[in-house]
Design a protein around this ligand. Structure first.
Ligand SMILES: [Zn+2]
Length: 113
């Protein structure tokens, strides 16, 4: 399951950060998750809760911000939201599009006690 591997990666980061700050409990984890990762927030919460049981991150609430997919045309430099994975510039029709957001998967902020 896709979300299980991602949840494990997040837990590793969170537990390392908690240990570094001598935190007994992690209260809240703010995540930025790109649309392109195709992470289902509810599935991610479920997997995280299962993996985090018996760790300092067990009571943590996941605050998940989904970052929409956006591209930049390499021909006319316009930036646009990519809907339904159609990587074509809406202005000039070019297919030479660079993805500028929507692939992120990062722990942005932690609240610990
Ligand atoms: Zn263009």
């Amino acid at each position: 399951m896709h979300e299980m591997a991602i949840a494990q990666g997040i837990l590793d980061i969170v537990l390392a950060a908690a240990a570094e700050h001598d935190a007994a409990v992690v209260r809240r984890i703010k995540l930025r998750v790109g649309e392109m990762t195709e992470v289902e927030p509810d599935a991610l919460r479920f997997c995280f809760a299962a993996l985090a049981a018996d760790t300092p991150a067990a009571p943590a609430e996941l605050d998940i911000e989904v970052v929409p997919l956006a591209g930049r045309c390499q021909d006319c430099q316009c930036e646009f939201a990519v809907a339904r994975y159609r990587f074509f510039c809406p202005v000039c029709g070019s297919a030479d599009v660079e993805i500028i957001s929507g692939r992120e998967l990062q722990v942005e902020h932690l609240e610990v006690d």
